[in-house]
Design a protein around this ligand. Structure first.
Ligand SMILES: [Zn+2]
Length: 324
């Protein structure tokens, strides 16, 4: 499925605007040139008339070939003279060409029917932004997470979890396994989920990151107002779904069955989902009905985070970084 249509359309709008801007800028430069050199304006007019002259030559009954050759030479001479004027005025040689942001695709976003890197980068940045807007932390990499933040007794376990998640992120594909991250808040679950999200986006996959309570409210709203179930479909279809803070939402029968459908459908299609929750093995079945909890606990790779809140340590470290 890849990146969202929304980001794709936004990128297209940016590129359309860039092309218009480069046309307008060229028009502006032409005006500056012609105001400073009326000769250049006249030469340009002469060149513009060439096709008319060529048509005339064809119908004149004269020797068409030599007439066209003459026109070509005249054109080249005019062009050369314009180039000289441009140089004399101190303008760059490409003054009368369009200046593109990306020369590879001339701001069309495509090279030989393949999406250009510039367009991919714009879309990727919009995907980052979309995830940032729906998460409590900013999108980040694994480089900002260290096992040193954890107590010594937990470091070995945390290293295993971190290594697993790094490998998972590096090798992420549409058919990667689903993961359930369990443990108290402040142990790095959201941070690690976002690092995986970033890696997946960088690999070209479409990621949806939602907090369970926000998305459930949204789905309830859509249902209540008989809106098209956009959210539900997006959650089912994205390459990677990250469901943060499971268990904090208020579960109605409707949400229970919707959540079950999403979990089930994604598992059936081998699409990865990452869920994180502050609740443990015993608490999950109390929050969700049997069908949901047994699906998650049975089919997902369960990672259990233990230890004390690392956010204080991270914050202190952040302060000392600033002092350097
Ligand atoms: Zn490009």
């Amino acid at each position: 499925m890849g990146y969202s249509k929304e980001s794709y359309l936004k990128a297209k709008t940016i590129l359309d605007r860039r092309r218009i801007e480069s046309e307008n800028a060229l028009e502006e430069r032409r005006n500056i040139l012609f105001n400073r050199s009326p000769e250049a304006r006249e030469l340009e007019r002469r060149i513009a008339r060439t096709s008319l002259d060529a048509a005339r030559a064809v119908y004149s009954g004269k020797d068409v070939k030599s007439e066209l050759e003459n026109l070509k030479i005249k054109n080249q001479t005019s062009q050369k003279r314009i180039d000289d004027i441009i140089a004399k005025l101190g303008f760059p040689p490409n003054y009368l060409e369009k200046w593109y942001k990306c020369d590879k695709c001339q701001d069309t976003g495509y090279v030989n029917d393949k999406m250009c890197t510039c367009m991919k980068n714009i879309i990727r940045d919009f995907e980052y932004e979309r995830i940032n807007n729906s998460s409590s932390l900013k999108l980040c990499g694994f480089d900002t997470l260290s096992v040193d933040y954890y107590d010594e007794s937990e470091r070995d376990d945390m290293k295993k979890i971190l290594d697993y998640c790094k490998d998972y992120a590096n090798g992420f594909s549409q058919n990667s396994r689903s993961i359930l991250m369990m443990g108290k808040s402040g142990l790095g679950k959201t941070h690690i989920s976002l690092a995986i999200a970033k890696a997946a986006v960088d690999r070209g996959y479409g990621v949806i990151y939602v907090s369970a309570s926000t998305v459930c409210k949204k789905m309830e709203y859509e249902r209540f107002n008989e809106k098209i179930d956009d959210t539900e479909r997006a959650l089912m279809e994205c390459d990677l779904l990250i469901f943060d803070d499971l268990g904090t939402e208020f579960m109605t029968a409707f949400l229970m069955s919707t959540l079950y459908t999403i979990i089930n459908k994604r598992l059936a299609e081998s699409k990865p989902t990452i869920m994180s929750t502050n609740f443990d093995f015993n608490e999950i079945p109390k929050i969700y009905d049997q069908r949901i909890s047994s699906r998650i606990l049975g089919a997902y790779k369960v990672l259990t985070f233990t230890g004390k809140d690392i956010r204080v340590k991270q914050a202190i470290e952040g302060l000392s970084d600033d002092e350097e």
